[in-house]
Structures are given as C-alpha cells and as structure tokens.
Design a protein around this ligand. Structure first.
Ligand code: AHM
Ligand code: MG
Length: 318
C-alpha cells in the first residue's frame, strides 16, 4: 500500500477514535439534539453531525495526503488550504450515518471513501467534477461503527479487515481478518413502513420472504432494521443478510434515499470485497456514473444469492 494512503487511513482512523469518544459522551457534554440549520440535502443537522464533520476535516486537512475533501454535511468540496501541503488523494465521507439514532443511543457510524485525484489535476486545484468517479475506481473504503464496541472495517481492494478500538489502550487491534458475507441468507433488512411506496419487484421479493415456508422460497425469513446502514451492513458482514433501501414511488429517476458517493459506493466496495453484491436493482452500484456529489441512489446489497434474485426480479419487471 502506498505510504500516503496508509497515512491517510491512519488519520481517518484517529479521527474516528475521537468521534467514538465524542458520541459516547452524549448528554454528558450536551451533545444530543439538533441545530437549527439544514445541510445541503435539506435535512436538519444534529450537533454530532457537525462536530464529527469538523473532526474529520481538521484531522485530515494538514496531513499532506489530500488534494480535497467532500462530505454529506458540506455543500461542495473543501480544498486543502494553501498553507498546508497537498497530496494525491480525495476523501469523501458521511461523518455520522444513522443520525436519527443519536438521541436514542442507537447504532451510528462514519463511512468514508478514498479516490485518487486525476493526474491532470496535479498542476491545478481539484474541482467537484474530479470527485465524480466510478465507485469501482475507489482505492479504499471503510466505516467505523459506534456500538457496544467501536469497530473500523476497511478495504484497500484486497479483502475486508476489521479492527476494534481497545478503549483502555486507545489503540486499534486487528480482530476481524478477511471478513466475508455468506452467499446465502434468510435475513433481510428494510424499512417496512415504506412498503406502500415500493416498486413491484421489491414488493414481490419481500412478500415472498414474509410468506415463509409455505411460499415459493420454502423457508422462513427473519428481519432486522437498525435505522443505520452501517449497523445493518455490519450485521450482513458478520452473519449474512441483505440490506435494501430501494428507490420507490416517491423518488424520481430511481434516486433512493441514500447517497452514491459517500454511502452506496464505499459500502458497495466493502460488500463486494467481502464476496457479496451491491446493485440499485438494475445496475451494479460501483458501475454507476455519478452526476453530482450528493446524488442519491437505490441500494440493494449483501449476500450474493439474494441480491442476484432481487436484481433479477427488477430485470423481469422492465
Ligand atoms: P443519514 O446519513 O442522514 O443518517 O441517513 C442515512 C440513514 C441510513 O443509515 C439508514 O439506513 C437510513 O438513513 C434510515 O432512514 P429511515 O429511518 O428514514 O428509513
Ligand atoms: Mg449523516
């Protein structure tokens, strides 16, 4: 792995350590609740969204490994100020995924993706356009999950590894070597309250799961919904499962709720590296050409057999 990339990942991991500590303080440091401001997506920002965004920004800005950063919480890209050295990578992140869980002490996480700045950008400032790269060109991707344990799950394109934060020592310990998603599963994760909006292929799939043993699948399915993609994906990576946040009747152009650049792409890369699959119902997530930094996309990922089945239902429906 190039030294600059290693340094970058170490800095991100250090920032995640601080976010983990901050998330853990909650009401003790008056960190719960929301601010009276909206982010670029029109969502009210939580205090921890903003604090975590700043933690990642400040940790990475001066290290010399980045050309620019982009985040769910910032309208456009953040260039490295001229007073700091510039590097060859671009970092994209969602500082707090699952923000609605903050106040209820539920699972939240940080998701990040590393891109290489285009070579032709070496003599100039990078632009937002330089960030709009295919997910398959990511050089690294990962998430930190802040649950009963803080675990950082990472890929640099050679499999998936997890390190757990030893809170007494303040260091990361390798605890999950070569994580892999079982090919088959009997568990799905979806927000069932959106059922009336789903497209027919999703209705078909979930209905078949719900019918259980007596239906076409011939087996009973279990459901999980943590309201945090990182939480549900960590479950997929640990014991298998399929996670869906599909586009539905409320979305135009097959845009779902989740964001391509800093949610679907990094998680898609991790899932594929762990032997799973990730599509938007019709296209492989990592092959979708991004048209905007905050672009949204439908997401179906996890155990390969189920993702293939759901994708097949979508193809039959077109
Ligand atoms: P966020 O990054 O603003 O927190 O939004 C992403 C989250 C995902 O983690 C989760 O799967 C989904 O939104 C839950 O949304 P909802 O409760 O609206 O179904
Ligand atoms: Mg968020």
């Amino acid at each position: 792995m190039p030294a600059q990339l290693r340094l970058l990942i170490e800095v991100v991991a250090r920032a995640c350590k601080l976010i983990s500590h901050t998330v853990g303080k909650g009401a003790l440091d008056n960190l719960l609740g929301q601010l009276d401001i909206e982010n670029v997506q029109g969502e009210i920002q939580k205090k921890l969204d903003v604090i975590s965004n700043d933690i990642l920004l400040e940790a990475n800005e001066w290290g010399g490994h980045l050309a620019a950063l982009a985040s769910e919480e910032m309208e456009t890209i953040h260039l490295i100020p001229h007073r700091y050295p510039k590097g060859e990578y671009q970092l994209v992140y969602d500082p707090i995924d699952g923000s609605s869980n903050i106040d209820v002490n539920g699972i939240v996480g940080t998701i990040f993706s590393v891109l290489r700045a285009p070579e032709e950008a070496s003599g100039r400032e990078v632009t937002e356009q330089d960030f709009l790269q295919l997910g398959r060109n990511q050089v690294a991707a990962g998430y930190a999950i802040y649950g009963p344990q803080t675990v950082l799950v990472l890929t640099v394109g050679t499999g998936v590894f997890g390190v757990t934060l030893d809170r007494e020592m303040g260091s990361w310990m390798l605890t999950h070597e070569r994580m892999s998603i079982p090919v088959s599963t009997r568990e799905f994760a979806i927000n069932m309250s959106n059922a009336r909006h789903w497209a027919p292929p999703v209705q078909r799939y979930i209905n078949e799961c719900l019918v259980g043993q007596t239906g076409p699948r011939g087996v009973d399915f279990n459901m999980r919904w943590m309201a945090s993609m990182v939480g549900d994906v960590h479950s997929n990576l640990t014991r298998g499962g399929v996670f869906l946040y599909p586009w539905d009747a409320r979305h135009t152009d097959r845009a779902g709720k989740l964001r391509l650049m800093y949610e679907a792409n990094p998680i898609g890369m991790l899932v594929e590296q762990a032997g799973g699959a990730a599509t938007d119902g019709l296209r492989r997530i990592l092959d979708i050409t991004p048209t905007g930094l905050h672009q949204r996309v439908g997401v179906i990922l996890g155990s390969r057999e189920e993702v293939e089945r759901i994708t097949c239902y979508h193809r039959e429906d077109t």
